[in-house]
Design a protein around this ligand. Structure first.
Ligand code: ATR
Length: 273
């Protein structure tokens, strides 16, 4: 049977095996999908061993995405832009192809929620790996402007300069930000510590769309905060997780699974519905 897995550390609570098992059932593909949690300095060896033993493909998550970028034989253009690899496919001639489906997953999820990206003014919070992966796919949707704000302003400036050739992207400090924005995407890890990016409440209005790449059984700190200040459309990153997985599945199997039912099942497991 064709074998796939996700590498991460920690990875025990990963939802990827659940998601890909449902995708396989739905599309009648014969495959198995497992978990691997190598020690941080043993990832390269574990990856090589998995593919030497016939593995067909894998996902890569925290903290291995940047390392995976350096270990594959070939990179897709979007992986090159993201500077990180979250999906690897072993081609029939044994080449390891590194791809990145995170940004495509974000855009697909935004669209499935009916968010318009073309001509919109987007505020992206954070300038780490998650922001980097999102930038090219967001700019490809032709927003009127994409502003990056980050606690460490120089990192936002670097990212804006790096993606300048792809569209109207600028860096501003949290203090400089001036609305109105149509969409705010929180790519910071602040919610993990229950913290908030230092965004002025005046930037939140009833027609703004709020997206937090994090998710949990209850609202993230950022989503609760935005709701308190009047945002009516809020979305968490669970949909992005399912959409990036669907994109990876398509890369591996050449068939695109549906995501709606899988997302519903995941929400039920998380206790969200
Ligand atoms: P990831 O790969 O998930 O993006 P990362 O590369 O560690 O993770 O980046 C985390 C991002 O969250 C950074 O932009 C970080 O800001 P700094 O560059 O200033 O460190 C941001 N971040 C983390 N905690 C934050 C907080 N409490 N408030 C604002 N931004 C925060």
């Amino acid at each position: 049977m064709d074998r796939y897995l996700v590498f991460g550390h920690p990875v025990r609570h990963s939802k990827s095996p659940f998601i890909h098992t449902l995708f396989a059932r739905q599309t009648q593909q014969e495959l198995e999908y497992g978990l691997a949690e190598p020690a941080v300095d043993e990832f390269a060896h574990a990856l090589r061993t998995f593919f030497d033993q016939g593995g067909k493909g894998c996902n890569v998550t925290v903290p291995f995405k940047e390392q995976a970028f350096t270990l594959v034989d070939r990179l897709s253009p979007r992986a090159k832009r993201a500077g990180a690899v979250n999906t690897i496919k072993r081609t029939d001639d044994g080449v390891l192809l590194g791809d990145n489906t995170d940004g495509a997953g974000l855009v697909a999820d935004l669209k499935s929620h009916g968010v318009t990206l073309a001509d919109s003014r987007i505020l992206l919070l954070g300038a780490g790996g998650a922001a980097r992966g999102a930038l090219a796919p967001l700019l490809a949707e032709l927003p009127s402007e994409l502003v990056i704000a980050n606690r460490t302003h120089t990192k936002a400036q670097q990212l804006a300069a790096e993606f300048h050739d792809l569209g109207p992207v600028a860096a501003q400090t949290y203090e400089q930000l001036a609305g109105p924005f149509d969409l705010v995407i929180n790519s910071t890890s602040a919610s993990l510590q229950g913290e908030l990016p230092p965004l002025a409440p005046a930037l939140i209005h009833t027609d703004i769309a709020i997206y937090d790449m994090m998710y949990g059984a209850s609202d993230t700190a950022f989503i609760s905060w935005a709701k308190q200040h009047g945002a009516r459309q809020t979305m968490d990153g669970l949909g992005m997780l399912v959409e990036q997985a669907a994109e990876a599945f398509t890369v591996w199997r050449g068939i695109r699974p549906g995501t709606k039912q899988v997302l519903r099942e995941l929400k039920r497991n998380l206790g969200e519905i």
